[in-house]
Design a protein around this ligand. Structure first.
Ligand code: ADP
Length: 257
């Protein structure tokens, strides 16, 4: 029998088991287990420093956990040990793509070049095909006029929409959003959240680290609350955000909602 996600919505797309990660003496992740079902939207919440970003980075092969495993339904699957190399961890990027808090666009490349870089250089796709797809994706998020501009010529909200398009252009099975709106001026947050909501409605599988609890409630199928490197509580947004069972979750959501 294939594993099911905790919301019971079908086979898990990704299963992370017993993830552990220390930086020096500081154990940032203490045996994290997470599953996400195909088409599911999972919001990861918790105090600053609780390890949320590190979880996403481990799932995407940007950090190498000290132990545990990350397995996609049809592969790849990585068992982490002290000897795991960056190259071995990076195979996870064949299935997931990350949208970063600070966009992480290449400053010396135009918008279009930023988007087609991964498909052409990493996935070895034809340039004409990559350009056509990038053009369609940029139009989708309202940036059809911006192909030839450089990141510094765009607003933060526009840069983040390029960041989202760059992730989509890789055709991942799983989108990872690391606080995608926290660097934005408040008036620019809405445009980016709108794009994320549309992607969720289209059935993209996504894991979202966010402080926007109202948005998490609107978009997520499941909310996971982390504190000090441990998953404290997980469940339906109405339960975790409105009627949390754990005292630490209660304190956190009451401060923010
Ligand atoms: P969150 O996303 O919940 O705010 P993070 O995963 O960013 O938490 O960080 C968890 C802890 O790990 C923090 O104390 C942070 O300072 C530490 N940390 C994260 N990345 C590194 C790193 N590369 N080197 C040292 N410490 C790190």
């Amino acid at each position: 029998m294939s594993p099911t996600d905790s919301a019971g919505q079908g086979p898990a797309l990704l299963t992370a088991s017993n993830l552990q990660k220390s930086f020096g003496d500081h154990q940032v992740l203490k045996s994290i287990d997470l599953q996400i079902g195909k088409g599911q939207v999972l919001a990861l919440i918790g105090p600053s420093g609780s390890g949320k970003t590190t979880v996403l980075r481990c799932l995407n092969g940007l950090e190498i956990p000290d132990g545990g495993s990350v397995c996609f339904d049809t592969g790849p699957s990585v068992e982490f040990t002290a000897g795991t190399t960056q190259k071995q961890a990076q195979v996870l990027r064949t299935r997931s793509a990350m949208v970063f808090q600070n966009y992480n666009l290449f400053p010396h490349m135009t918008v279009l070049e930023n988007v087609i870089e991964g498909p052409i250089q990493v996935q070895r796709r034809k340039r004409s095909e990559a350009v056509a797809e990038a053009t369609a994706l940029l139009a989708r998020v309202g940036l059809e006029q911006k192909h030839d501009q450089y990141p510094h010529q765009l607003s933060g909200g526009q840069q983040q929409r390029v960041g989202i398009v760059r992730a989509l252009a890789l055709k991942p099975s799983l989108l990872l959003f690391d606080e995608p709106t926290s660097a934005l001026d408040p008036e620019l947050v809405g445009d980016v959240l709108k794009v994320i909501k549309e992607l969720a409605d289209e059935g993209w599988t996504m894991m979202l680290v966010t402080h926007e609890l109202a948005f998490a409630r609107e978009v997520a199928d499941e909310v996971v609350f982390m504190d000090e490197g441990v998953v404290i509580e997980r469940g339906h947004p109405e339960v975790v955000l409105r009627n949390p069972q754990n005292e630490r979750t209660k304190q956190f959501v009451h401060r923010l909602l």
